[in-house]
Design a binder for this molecule. Structure first.
Ligand code: KG4
Ligand code: ZN
Length: 361
């Protein structure tokens, strides 16, 4: 692309998101990045209801498209490439975004590419917070190790180069974000649980002794896998010892602090263990849970102390959750690597692109 526009669409879960990006020969820049959150709608059900999410995406998507285009001061005719998340995610939700993108690609006769949601989360790391520009950042050197932590996934991914992924470890049951959400439900903290648990944990006075002790699952396993379902269950049993204690704010702060620390301890231990084996140049975080300030801070401290030769790259908190700029960023890197024949094929994707709830990276 010389001077061209990318339209990116993301509807894999409960956020409807559209972004417009512009590239010239020098760099790629985000011109608009719109997200419409459905948190309030799903909060009353205590979690995401897939059909409700799809219905809201249908309502939101045309409105977001026009506001994203107008903020980017461009029009549909000027778009050169359409990128859409085609998995993993909730099928009814994914179908809204992919069908919308396919219709646009057909009507506008534009290339269309499907992007893996996880790949998008990883590529949020290449977006500069202040300028909104995407570059081949010098501080992100390969090979890199990415700790991907979201509501649906917990994975350690090794990348030897752009777009090359090797999953070296993953959760055997719940994702860590899911464990945060379920713990919040046990503690009546509402949905989404991650930010609520983190906020309560921050209220715990760290000069006090934490009288609650939760397990650090899989710490001793010889692999790089995780398990968070037992941690959530241990939290449930702990609260059952004295149900009245849930009304005591200092108890809630204490249990949230211990839960969060147990999760962070395991995430950091396994990341460092993998780094020792695979010797990456860089460690990255990605996914919604990477908004967690304690995880960001403690992982950085552990790398500096134990593996000081490895660079630690932190993505902007504002880009940790689901958004479409990250899908556009991943699409940009994909497009750069495609051959002329592959690029030509993307013009047929309006009829070919399929969604996959379990799409592998
Ligand atoms: O990446 P994401 O927005 O959606 C998925 O792809 O799953 O991640 C959402 C997850 C939720 O489980 C949410 O509770 C969690 O990220 N989360 C957090 C924090 N902010 C969001 N977990 C822990 N601490 C946070 N500050
Ligand atoms: Zn996500």
């Amino acid at each position: 692309m010389s001077s061209e526009y990318i339209l990116a669409i993301e509807t894999s879960c409960d956020d409807t998101a559209i972004a417009v990006l512009h590239s010239d020969n020098k760099c790629l820049k985000i011109l608009s990045n719109k997200v419409s959150s459905q948190t309030e709608i799903h909060a009353q059900w205590g979690g995401i209801v897939p059909n409700l999410a799809a219905r809201e995406h249908v309502k939101n998507i045309p409105i977001l498209l026009s506001s994203a285009l107008s903020e980017a001061k461009t029009s549909l005719e000027k778009i050169n490439l359409i990128a859409v998340t085609n998995g993993p995610g909730l099928i009814p939700a994914l179908l809204v975004g992919t069908n919308f993108a396919k219709t646009l690609a057909y009507v506008l006769k534009k290339p269309l590419i499907g992007i893996n949601h996880i790949e998008g989360h990883i590529y949020a790391n290449w977006i500069d917070k202040t300028t909104g520009e995407i570059q081949n950042l010098d501080d992100i050197q390969f090979p890199l190790l990415c700790l991907l932590v979201s509501g649906g996934h917990t994975q350690l991914i090794l990348m030897k180069d752009h777009l090359q992924y090797e999953i070296i470890g993953q959760t055997l049951d719940d994702a860590v974000g899911e464990a945060f959400d379920k713990t919040a439900r046990i503690l009546n903290l509402g949905y989404p649980g991650g930010p609520a648990v983190a906020q309560q944990a921050a209220n715990f006075k760290t000069n006090l002794e934490n009288k609650i002790s939760l397990p650090r699952p899989m710490l001793k396993s010889p692999d790089f896998n995780f398990s968070f379902s037992g941690l959530k269950t241990a939290t449930l049993y702990e609260t059952k010892k004295n149900p009245q204690s849930l009304k005591d704010s200092s108890y809630v702060a204490m249990i949230c602090h211990e839960f969060q620390q147990a999760a962070i301890d395991v995430l950091i231990f396994k990341t460092l263990k993998a780094a020792q084996k695979f010797n990456p140049q860089t460690i990255l975080l990605a996914g919604g849970v990477s908004a967690n300030l304690q995880l960001r801070k403690q992982l950085g401290e552990a790398i500096e102390k134990k593996l000081p030769l490895i660079a630690y790259h932190l993505l902007p908190v504002s880009l940790t959750g689901d958004n479409a700029a990250m899908i556009g960023a991943a699409a940009y890197f994909r497009w750069q690597k495609m051959t002329t024949a592959e690029k030509a094929q993307t013009k047929n994707n309006w009829k070919k692109l399929s969604t996959n709830a379990n799409l592998k990276i």
